[in-house]
Design a protein around this ligand. Structure first.
Ligand code: ADP
Length: 273
């Protein structure tokens, strides 16, 4: 039950009574749960045939059905790229519904920060080259390892990096930096893109939210990436935020807890003392 109480005042402003409104939310919660379950089921059902289509297209493009004329190859390539996009979208919707249901499984283990960053940069190298963006890293040696689900950490870095590359002007630089701070490692992804107006720096982490500007309209996207990043980082007990200046660029930052120190081995009791 949700309760709401409004005071009733007389002409002199004295409280002479209260109106109580009670709302039964049992049904709403149940509906929410059903919605989440429905989305999860549908996404699963969509993913299987999409994956099969992607596989078949890959085989045909790879020559399994003989030579393909150039025009057919171009069309099949478009089909395959769009299949990839659909699979990414379905996976994002699945992740969001898992996060909202509190059902995303995170298996934290010690992860080396330099390796995670190197992998993410490698993954993005092709896309960066296409857009003539120079990817740089600044990760000092000897950083403590972070407690993270390494696939999920990769997903966060990929998302932030692909946004940075996507929104940056051609020929600019994107920097990934990591630093040890009190009990955490802080990651920064720094770009020189259009920036985000201060009143929207919180909302962009909400699902489906996109800044209404030419850059966002041009690049498409779903507005799910940052909501997923926030969910994953918070599931790890970390924090995520952005600092940005319109016209100058953005720095997306997040923290992850470091590996706990080795427990001290207690000295054996000296029974003879
Ligand atoms: P998508 O990129 O699919 O739209 P995201 O959740 O990743 O979804 O991002 C939400 C919105 O935040 C984007 O549409 C864009 O308006 C803004 N945004 C994200 N990253 C950047 C960035 N590096 N620079 C400027 N704007 C950004």
């Amino acid at each position: 039950f949700h309760e709401f109480a409004a005071p009733v005042q007389d002409d002199a402003g004295r409280v002479i009574g209260r109106i109580y409104v009670y709302r039964d939310i049992t049904k709403e919660t149940e509906l929410d749960r059903m919605k989440t379950e429905f989305i999860a089921t549908v996404s699963h059902e969509l993913r299987t045939p999409m994956t099969s289509i992607k596989g078949s297209l890959g085989l045909v493009l790879g020559g399994a059905a003989g030579d393909i004329p150039a025009e057919a190859r171009d069309l099949l390539t478009i089909a395959r790229n769009n299949t990839d996009r659909l699979i990414r979208l379905i996976n994002d919707i699945l992740d969001i519904s898992r996060l909202e249901a509190g059902k995303m499984e995170i298996r934290p283990a010690p992860v080396r920060v330099d390796e995670a960053v190197r992998r993410a940069v490698q993954e993005m190298a092709g896309f960066a080259r296409q857009r003539a963006i120079e990817l740089k890293t600044d990760v000092p040696e000897g950083l403590p390892r972070v407690m993270a689900d390494s696939d999920r950490l990769q997903q966060v870095l990929d998302n932030l990096l692909s946004n940075a590359v996507k929104f940056s002007p051609k020929g600019s630089e994107v920097l990934v930096r990591a630093r040890a701070e009190e009990g955490v490692v802080r990651f920064d992804v720094i770009d020189h893109g259009p920036g985000i107006p201060p009143e929207q720096t919180t909302a962009i982490f909400d699902r489906f939210y996109q800044v209404d500007n030419a850059a966002s309209r041009k690049t498409g996207g779903t507005g799910l990436g940052l909501a997923i990043c926030r969910g994953i980082v918070e599931e790890h007990g970390g924090r995520i935020w952005v600092e940005s200046t319109v016209g100058k660029g953005s720095t997306f930052s997040f923290t992850l807890p470091v590996e706990p120190p080795e427990p001290e081995i207690p000295l054996p009791l000296n029974v003879n003392a």
